[in-house]
Design a protein around this ligand. Structure first.
Ligand SMILES: [Zn+2]
Length: 88
């Protein structure tokens, strides 16, 4: 932290937030014991079939796909080179 550039600080803050975000998302994806009966995000009931298919599931299909979309966006920022091969 040499300081002197307020702009650098702001950018760093953004990077930190993004990294923290990614970590939180990664954590959310880790199966943790029992599947939830209700979505951790919206509180909707998660169908039994989904709970059995995805051990430790915490999100309903809607929230999961929303999250997947967000993650693809984040992955696009982080690995521009392989973005296309990752998506297709
Ligand atoms: Zn949900």
């Amino acid at each position: 932290m040499a300081g002197g550039f307020a702009k650098d600080g702001a950018v760093q803050e953004q990077i930190d937030a993004t990294v923290e975000d990614a970590i939180n998302r990664a954590r959310d994806q880790l199966p943790r014991g029992e599947s939830l009966t209700h979505c951790a995000e919206c509180g909707n009931e998660i169908p039994v079939a989904r709970r059995e298919a995805v051990p430790g599931v915490r999100l309903c299909v809607d929230c999961q796909s929303e999250r997947d979309t967000e993650q693809r966006a984040v992955a696009g920022y982080n690995r521009r080179g392989s973005k296309d091969s990752q998506l297709r």
